[in-house]
Design a binder for this molecule. Structure first.
Ligand code: B12
Ligand code: SF4
Length: 542
């Protein structure tokens, strides 16, 4: 058993079953596997899988965890671990379907199926495979069938997984387990996706799984299951959610399908308690808040900041998903007092027209206000923009670039990505299909893209290349894809130079040098040449 396996043997399981139910329950042994091996921008701590592991342990199950993030040969490692553990159930956690990068696309599921799923089958003819994680939640039926698993659990797994095991042990109908998909049993008619008002086929007949009381069952206890120090050595912060859900309805966004519209908030005291345990008990030095939007609702974000200020932790705090609609000078000040050293902000556009078609729910003046607040508050920011939404033209693109020129400090990073990833169950899917952009039954889990027909891909990329040449802090999405060796070398060099914080903070300096010696232009030219060969934007898979 690895150092990161845990056994709950306080109450003998069979005995508990005999007592509680009056008949024998077989003991189900579970192996959870983290299949994610993506190291950009850094290896994401598998908090989802760890939360499921903690949920299973709390329910009295014997759980082991195999984290494939840093292993050299995932197929071999899976094979030997499944043989050794001999589990009844393998819970495979799948985070990313693809890298959401039109310029340098990568699809992860083939490798997961061929190397991991097939190794499990080779190692054990009796272990059943259940898949879960954000990839499954994005496109349940398609991802399930592509991976050739036995079951999928759609939604939040920390309570659904114990429910599923109980149903197996007690031989009660699996169709009643929330979130469960069995082969060929996904809904044939469109069913609701959580509380989003959205409908999709292939949903679990009993609906998606949600935890009963998120406020109370949200701790991942990741230190019990994975090697936090190894993650930290690769630049990964400790991840934590302060809430689930997002009430906004951006047209392309699939976060709602994963977390729902309704906010489920954690008590700030409980959030800081968890962080205190991570910092004081497990040596955590950097923390990332991984809410869909950290700063909405604003009052809750303020509450988190106040509690952090009251109980200083002396760690680097950051967050992705700062929504411009809620960025005020007061919030920036509160975040700084709380210990935030950097943030990621996601306006996606600074054009009035495009903000509207993306249904961002805020206007350009909110983006300007956010930029001023962050710049004047001197909070280093990584900005994200997506180019190519419905109605986007070169004029609206130039409007966004002009905003960046005027309002974003040259020391802050800006990422421009071309094309919008289209997901099933989103309003953008409907818009696209109504335009005839995809066939009605197109399986959108395979990387599928929208690019405004009013844009020419090459002209767009040439514009970004020219802009990058004079703005070392502006980056195209193609440049975010680097080999694991290059990634390690770059981060190692930053450490050796004593450059602290998230690696992106140092990119303006690196790109400045690369621009001066013409190295960057050569890389960008290569990406432009690849993009010139694109014949089918919608289904471009590299
Ligand atoms: C925060 C975040 C980031 C941060 C991560 C920061 C960090 N410190 O970890 C940043 C910005 C760096 C990032 C980067 C990327 N991200 Co991101 N990210 C997210 C986000 C918003 C939250 C993820 C999270 O931590 N959730 C909290 C945990 C608790 O939830 P969870 O993992 O889903 O786990 C629950 C369930 O899924 C389930 N579950 C999980 N495992 C298992 C296993 C079993 C057996 C079962 C039954 C259930 C189960 O139960 C868990 C508990 O309820 C999601 C969107 C979202 N709202 O989910 C996108 C998301 C996961 N990212 C996505 C992508 C694509 C990426 C990138 C590839 C983008 C890029 N090109 O850079 C990278 C990859 C990074 C990596 N190394 O893997 C996609 C994945 C879908 C897809 N198209 O493939 C998502 C869904 C966003 C999107 N575009 O739609 N991301
Ligand atoms: S604010 Fe962010 S998480 Fe919420 S719907 Fe819009 S893009 Fe999605």
């Amino acid at each position: 058993m690895s150092a990161f396996a845990r056994k709950n043997d306080q109450i003998p399981f069979i005995f508990a079953g005999l007592l509680g139910r009056g008949y024998y329950r077989e003991r189900v042994k579970v192996l959870l596997i983290n299949s994610n091996r993506e190291r950009m921008p850094w290896p994401a701590l598998p908090v989802g899988m760890c939360t499921v592991a903690s949920g299973l342990a709390a329910a009295g199950h014997e759980v082991e965890v195999l984290d494939l993030m840093f292993v050299a040969d995932p197929a071999r490692e899976t094979l030997s671990r499944v043989r050794k553990c001999d589990p009844d159930i393998v819970g495979l956690s799948i985070r990313n379907i693809d890298n959401c990068n039109f310029e340098v696309p990568y699809f992860y599921l083939t490798e997961i199926r061929d190397q991991i799923v097939r190794s499990i089958r080779t190692a054990s003819s009796r272990a059943k495979i259940v898949v879960g994680g954000s990839a499954v939640n994005v496109s349940p039926a398609d991802v399930f069938s592509f991976l050739e698993a036995d079951y999928a659990l759609v939604g939040e797994g920390e309570e659904a997984m114990p429910d599923f095991l109980r149903a197996l042990e007690e031989r009660t109908p699996l169709s009643r387990v929330r979130g469960l998909l069995e082969p060929g049993k996904g809904s044939t008619k469109a069913l609701p996706i959580l509380d989003t008002g959205r409908l999709a086929r292939g949903e679990p007949p009993a609906g998606r799984a949600l935890v009963h009381d998120f406020a109370k069952s949200s701790r991942s206890e990741a230190w019990n299951w994975v090697d936090l120090k190894q993650y930290a050595a690769h630049g990964s912060p400790y991840s934590i959610q302060t809430k689930r859900g997002c009430a906004l309805k951006c047209s392309y966004c699939v976060y709602n399908n994963i977390e729902g519209h309704a906010y489920r908030l954690r008590d700030p005291v409980e959030v800081v308690d968890e962080l205190e345990e991570a910092v004081k008990g497990h040596g955590v030095k950097a923390v990332d808040f991984v809410d869909s939007t950290f700063n909405l609702p604003l009052a809750h974000a303020r509450g988190i900041c106040e509690e952090l200020e009251r109980r200083p932790l002396n760690v680097e705090l950051s967050t992705m998903g700062l929504n411009p609609a809620g960025v005020t000078p007061e919030l920036v000040e509160a975040m700084k007092r709380a210990g935030f050293k950097s943030v990621m902000c996601t306006p996606e556009s600074a054009s009035e027209v495009t903000l509207k078609t993306l249904r961002k729910g805020f206007q350009k003046h909110a983006v300007i206000r956010a930029a001023r607040a962050l710049r004047e508050g001197n909070l280093p920011t990584y900005w994200f923009f997506m180019l190519g939404a419905p109605g986007e033209t070169m004029d609206t693109v130039r409007e966004t670039l002009a905003f960046c020129e005027e309002h974003i400090a040259p020391t802050d990073m800006v990422l421009f990505s071309t094309g919008i990833r289209v997901y099933s169950g989103t309003p953008l899917e409907r818009t696209c299909k109504d335009m005839g952009w995809f066939a009605e039954d197109d399986p959108l889990f395979l990387p599928s893209w929208f690019l405004s027909p009013e844009l020419d891909l090459n002209e767009l990329y040439q514009t970004l290349m020219r802009a990058a040449a004079v703005h070392p802090n502006w980056m195209t999405n193609a440049e975010t894809v680097v080999s694991p060796a290059m990634n390690a070398m770059m981060k190692g060099a930053f450490r050796a130079l004593g450059w602290k914080g998230p690696f992106w903070k140092h990119l303006p300096r690196v790109f400045g040098l690369a621009n001066r010696f013409g190295v960057r232009q050569r890389g960008l030219e290569q990406h432009a040449a690849n993009l010139r060969k694109v014949t089918d934007v919608r289904h471009y898979r590299g």
